[in-house]
Design a protein around this ligand. Structure first.
Ligand SMILES: [Zn+2]
Length: 423
């Protein structure tokens, strides 16, 4: 182990040696002190000796029976070897905050994972364990998640995640914020496999699922929000990821909530809302469980999501149609080369021919066509719109009830866009 008590204070061997000019001389000095009983185990108070190999092998050890916490500490140290320096900084800040909450809330018990579970000799330890009357949470901070390390890291994290679950702990992972990758225009989050694996379902996620289940739209959610996808979800699975960012003395959390989508590489998910930042005290507020969200913001976000989805549903034009509306090759005004004359055959017959020729009908463009190509009356309203527009809308409305065409967009009083369903 690397930690000991020296002269009444906690002593970290690696940190101490890092600050020395001559490691060799200092090690000799420490070794002598240790032989005289200057270093004791922080957990069992037993005397510790110093093993002095090369820099990575120097460590304290129990000369006789080792205690369980020091053994657990060894296991834990190996496990966090890959983490960046920020890992221990963030862990300590979170630990301190939770310890403060423990003092306020009598039902809460907070401890480092390897200390709490040392007796049980676990294979992996979370950074911190929070226990209340209902659950035990296993909190682990992940730093330095990158592509090159992803595949190996995924395996490690999977194992640890599953292990904590078999021990009846709810694992919660905090990922260093530099890993976040969101594109809100396309509503997509790009994820490492590791991130997908450690996403959790918290209480707010369940509320989001309820909200989504209550949402009645004609079109599927992914289409409505322009999210590129293979299949629309049959069931909404909301998960959340928690990112941490640290300054010298403080930490902020960011919550990212999403609908699970692609579960093979490249990993993608539908971003429900913009991630938002929460202060540590709010995030770690614990009554029954760590809150990890701001309930007020969550409510607002759910409400605005519902409204937006409904609004988008009303205005939705399938992508294929939108393309044809915008494309130059589809001219509303000239679908037929030699159209019949308005005063010879009447409105309905021209309309029926017109529907045969086009995929999309704009009532306003159709009115212009009637006047310019078919010789329909050209009187206009004060707004400049042809008066025949009213007759056209009434006629189209009638045709719509037959199911031949479908209204896909209204532009207030200016225009109505129909999709042709059956030819
Ligand atoms: Zn000990």
């Amino acid at each position: 182990m690397l930690e000991a008590i020296y002269e009444g204070e906690r002593f970290d061997l690696h940190n101490h040696l890092r600050r020395q000019d001559s490691i060799k001389l200092e090690v000799e000095r420490l070794k002598k002190a240790a032989d005289k009983g200057a270093f004791t185990c922080p957990y069992c108070n037993g005397i510790l000796k110093l093993k002095a190999g090369d820099i990575y092998e120097k460590h304290f050890f129990h000369p006789s029976n080792s205690c369980s916490i020091s053994e657990a500490s060894e296991t834990y140290q190996k496990q966090i070897k890959r983490e960046s320096k920020k890992h221990s900084v963030m862990k300590e800040i979170i630990y301190d905050e939770l310890k403060t909450q423990e003092k306020i809330n009598g039902n809460l018990h907070v401890e480092y994972g390897y200390i709490e579970k040392a007796e049980e000799k676990w294979k992996y330890y979370p950074d911190i364990i929070i226990e209340n009357s209902k659950t035990e949470l296993a909190i682990t901070i992940l730093t330095d998640v990158t592509a090159t390390k992803d595949s190996r890291l995924v395996q490690q994290i999977k194992k640890r995640n599953d292990y904590f679950k078999t021990k009846n702990l709810k694992p919660i992972w905090f990922v260093e914020e530099t890993e976040q990758s969101v594109d809100m225009d396309r509503r997509v989050i790009h994820l490492w496999e590791a991130e997908l694996d450690i996403a959790v379902k918290m209480e707010e996620d369940l509320k989001w699922e309820e909200t989504l289940d209550s949402l009645k739209t004609e079109n599927n959610l992914f289409d409505l929000f322009n999210y590129h996808h293979q299949n629309a979800p049959r069931k909404y699975e909301v998960f959340s990821l928690y990112y941490v960012k640290s300054t010298e003395t403080n930490i902020t959390f960011t919550v990212q909530r999403f609908l699970k989508d692609q579960t093979s590489h490249p990993y993608r998910a539908f971003a429900l809302k913009e991630a938002y930042e929460i202060k540590m005290a709010t995030a770690l507020l614990t009554e029954d469980t760590v809150q990890l969200s701001d309930p007020l913001i969550e409510n607002q976000q759910r409400e605005s999501f519902l409204l937006e989805a409904l609004k988008r549903d009303k205005e939705y034009i399938p992508a294929a149609l939108e393309a044809s509306i915008n494309s130059d090759d589809l001219q509303f005004s000239q679908p037929i080369s030699n159209p019949k004359k308005y005063d010879e055959v009447g409105l309905i017959e021209i309309l029926n021919d017109y529907i045969e020729e086009v995929k999309v009908i704009s009532a306003s463009e159709l009115s212009k066509y009637l006047v310019k190509e078919c010789g329909a009356p050209s009187q206009t309203y004060l707004t400049g719109k042809y008066q025949i527009y009213t007759d056209v809308c009434i006629a189209l409305n009638g045709i719509e009830t037959s199911g031949k065409i479908k209204l896909i967009r209204k532009e207030f009083v200016d225009d109505r866009i129909y999709e042709v369903i059956v030819k």
